[in-house]
Unconditional design. Structure first.
Length: 287
């Protein structure tokens, strides 16, 4: 599979949409935009090709789903026309776009050195990031928007699965609702997990659809966490950060884990188990 084949495959999969396609040979990207207003999304084909080697048609399904949902929400619509608006916080990396395609700034708040908080209108199967124009239409201040979003994220279920690797406990929140990483803002939930921890608590949001919490009880746990977050980070469609955060009662501190024990770090049994764990919790991004 090469970029040209992937370009043609995506065009075929998305042929039911009323869109036009534009291929950039130099950047190896495919722009898919609406015919009516020109709004659209751009996908990096070389990245998808790399993932295709492992995930095969699953990655094509994910991209087709992502593009279809995104294009569907890009029709020109005044936010005031929507009923029962519910806003949610979503996390993005500091390198994520600060403005929409029309140059209108998004409503953004700094979270950590590695993460920013954006706000979104929930649309069921997808969401729409809130820009300053939309905030004005909603007749809300940014503080009111923040309070509403944090209240809503606290209402979400926080179901998780656990796994033990080399004596360390890992919690995986992966609800497939688009707001798994957002749950890092629910301090009540994090504090409850911290009470269960016997070692140091680490949290990670490698991409928008997973929150990883770790109870690190020995040195091997740090290497495991570093490998795990990097695996999720490289496989997510909307990556956030490959770094972990030390957590203690609402305080986050980004940490860089440098493995010192190469034998432990490269233990094939651990690597195999982590890869199986990542695949188990891999899901579609909601954007």
């Amino acid at each position: 599979m090469n970029v040209f084949q992937m370009r043609d495959k995506l065009k075929e999969r998305l042929s039911h949409l009323n869109v036009k396609f534009s291929y950039n040979r130099e950047e190896e990207t495919l722009r898919i935009s609406r015919e009516d207003n020109g709004k659209g999304v751009t996908v990096k084909l070389d990245t998808i090709v790399a993932k295709y080697k492992e995930q095969k048609e699953n990655i094509v399904d994910e991209i087709a789903y992502y593009v279809t949902e995104a294009i569907g929400q890009m029709k020109d619509q005044d936010i005031s026309e929507l009923e029962n608006i519910e806003v949610m916080p979503v996390l993005r990396s500091p390198s994520f776009d600060k403005k929409d395609k029309n140059g209108v700034p998004f409503v953004i708040e700094c979270h950590t050195a590695e993460t920013n908080i954006y706000y979104a209108v929930d649309l069921g199967k997808s969401y729409r990031l809130i820009n300053e124009k939309m905030l004005e239409q909603m007749n809300l201040t940014q503080q009111q928007l923040k309070e509403m979003a944090l209240f809503n994220v606290r209402k979400l279920d926080n179901k998780y699965k656990t796994d033990e690797v080399k004596g360390n406990i890992f919690y995986f929140v992966n609800s497939n609702d688009g707001y798994d990483a957002s749950r890092i803002l629910n301090t009540q939930f994090l504090n409850e997990i911290q009470q269960q921890c016997e070692g140091e608590m680490l949290v990670a949001v490698p991409h928008q659809d997973v929150l990883i919490i770790a109870d690190i009880r020995n040195k091997t746990g740090y290497d495991v966490m570093a490998h795990l977050t990097m695996e999720f980070f490289t496989k997510g469609l909307v990556p956030i950060t490959s770094l972990s955060f030390g957590y203690d009662q609402s305080h986050f501190e980004p940490i860089f884990i440098l493995g010192k024990n190469n034998k432990q770090k490269r233990d094939p049994n651990v690597i195999q188990r982590l890869e199986a764990t990542r695949k188990q919790y891999q899901n579609k991004d909601k954007h």
